[in-house]
Write a protein that binds this ligand. Structure first.
Ligand code: SGN
Ligand code: CA
Length: 541
């Protein structure tokens, strides 16, 4: 598949799509209230049947490591199947590039200053309106398995079985309404097992369903599954062009603490070098993860990582060689996690196919945000720069949803505020006015060019905190990006021309040639701050 990730245009009409064109359609209440589909088959159009939803979200999965987006690092044939039978969004973004905030946005359809989950340290107010609650009220059966990460208990789900906090890769602890349960195995396998078991045995088959499958993988510290231990051990990955970024003109980028070359990529926890002779901060975290393994898992693990340690100690690397060795190790471990995510998505797709569920089930694949695969020399996310602002988004519509026949790429800029309205519209449930997002369904209609937003709003609040990314907010149009970093020790604007400088190395804010662009971006940023009622950005106006 050709790689066209960026869909730029010179035509800067800085207006937003009005949220009044939602093409809502409503299913009669009897059908929404869960009578079997077959009852309605003769007397209703197929589009009016309640469709099921399977929403799969991984944690920190970069679009760079999904082969239908970027084939440089890994083949992901199963994830790609969703795109080849459906659509690939080539301009998909989040509103706040970090887990809790992203999850709260996905559930509420709102920016995080409105749903209250501005950082990972805040607690999600579970009394608010979410799309699973609205689906439940409309007769859907709802379930979530895997990472939750919102501190308060899940609500709006008939069935929930979620990881405690970030969760462990091996033999993880889950929390269910009755208490905690430790399960043996690898997290991506277990979360898939739970999901398939619910689909197969537990759910009420007379009701439409919405199933959220939330993987822990490939979150730090990137521990692959036992059968995948040897994968990529002999691979050499290309170093990003800007791996040795000097952050000139970008003080917030210079001040971060998410550098692969520096100590924040930990020799023990991240690189799995378990030796008392290596100076490291997070050795207890690695040991904590390793001591969860049983003897069979541990033996396989040690077989691979003991020899990595020996090679490392013998080679006595320094400087650039050491930095690049760390990058290679990081990529190998991260990609081992992706292999298992891809395999497990294959299991879900096979199940749906075998059981005739592809006809009436929408499948979404995404991540809670993007991730750096060494670009700017980094791991982690948080910044409004492209790699972490973007997130993969692939959608396969139900075969029977004849209204939504579009295939291939969708280049319009969508954001995770749009997920809840999309799912609700597909279910025939009215989208609450207060949601900031809009349904993406009009984009899925073949041959239609709906009026769409031409700019995106972004916010990041988690500072002071791990990785030291300063607070910021900004606007992105198809071609340009304006960011304000603020608070504590920083007050700085950045402006990028994404067409000329897709890697965002050249801050043009003080370049007089861009004065006109700067002015119009400021105007647009102010307009969006007012539209979304962001008190931080409005205060400056
Ligand atoms: C943990 C990680 C961080 C990561 C955050 C947020 N440290 O704190 O590297 O940025 O989660 O990630 S770790 O040492 O505990 O792995 S998020 O995806 O949950 O937002
Ligand atoms: Ca994440």
């Amino acid at each position: 598949m050709p790689l066209i990730l960026f869909n730029f245009t010179l035509n800067q009409k800085l207006i937003d799509m009005l949220p009044d064109k939602r093409f809502l359609f409503f299913v009669p209440i009897a059908s929404a209230l869960g009578l079997p589909n077959s009852v309605h088959a003769q007397d209703k159009k197929v589009e009016d049947k309640p469709f099921n939803i399977i929403y799969i979200m991984s944690d920190d999965h970069s679009y760079q490591t999904i082969s239908c987006y970027d084939g440089r690092f890994i083949q992901t044939p199963n994830i790609d199947r969703i795109a080849s039978d459906g659509v690939r969004f080539t301009n998909s973004f989040v509103t706040n590039s970090i887990s809790g905030p992203s999850r709260a946005t996905m559930l509420t359809g709102k920016f995080t200053h409105k749903n209250g989950m501005t950082t990972n340290a805040t607690r999600f107010d579970s009394t608010q309106v979410t799309f699973p609650k609205l689906l439940q009220q409309a007769g859907y059966q709802t379930a979530i398995f895997g990472k939750w990460h919102l501190k308060s208990e899940p609500s709006g789900f008939d069935k929930w079985d979620v990881l405690v906090g970030q969760g462990f890769y091996f033999n993880p602890v889950f929390i269910v309404p009755e208490g905690r349960v430790t399960r043996h195995g690898y997290s991506t396998d277990i979360i898939t097992d739970l999901s398939l078991e619910w689909l197969d045995k537990d759910r009420d088959t007379t009701k439409p369903f919405c199933l959220l499958i939330h993987h822990k993988a490939p979150h730090r510290n990137w521990m692959g599954n036992i059968p995948d231990m040897d994968l990529f051990e002999d691979s050499v990955f290309p170093l990003p062009d800007n791996f040795y970024d000097d952050y000139k003109g970008r003080p917030a980028a210079a001040a971060q603490e998410m550098s692969i070359a520096k100590q924040e990529m930990d020799y023990a926890f991240d690189l799995k070098l378990d030796s008392d002779s290596i100076k490291t901060r997070l050795r207890p975290n690695l040991r904590n993860a390793l001591k969860r393994m049983d003897s069979v898992q541990r033996k396989e693990w040690d077989r691979v990582y003991d020899s990595v340690l020996v090679d490392f100690q013998e080679s006595k690397l320094e400087g650039k060689e050491l930095a690049e060795w760390k990058y290679q190790r990081y990529m190998k471990d991260y990609l081992k996690c992706i292999k298992s995510v891809d395999d497990n998505i294959g299991r879900v797709l096979d199940y749906l196919e075998k059981n005739g569920l592809l006809e009436n089930t929408m499948i979404v694949y995404t991540s809670d945000q993007g991730f750096y695969m060494g670009e700017h020399g980094w791991f982690d996310k948080r910044f409004m720069y492209e790699e972490s602002f973007r997130t993969p988004l692939l959608v396969r519509m139900p075969d029977n949803a004849t209204k939504y026949r579009k295939r291939g790429d969708i280049g319009k800029m969508v954001q995770n505020i749009d997920y809840a309205p999309t799912i609700l519209e597909l279910a025939g449930v009215k989208v609450p006015e207060e949601m900031d997002g809009v349904s993406m369904l009009p984009l899925l209609e073949e041959g239609k060019e709906p009026k769409w937003r031409e700019s995106l709003y972004y916010q990041y609040f988690e500072y002071p905190a791990e990785h030291a990314v300063r607070r910021h907010y900004g606007v992105r149009t198809e071609r340009y990006k304006l960011i304000r970093f603020y608070g504590h020790d920083i007050e700085n604007w950045e402006l990028y021309d994404l067409l000329e400088d897709p890697s965002e190395m050249n801050n043009l804010y003080d370049n007089p040639a861009y004065n006109k662009v700067k002015k119009s971006l400021h105007k647009e940023l102010d307009r969006l701050a007012r539209k979304y009622k962001d008190p931080v950005a409005m205060k400056r106006q």
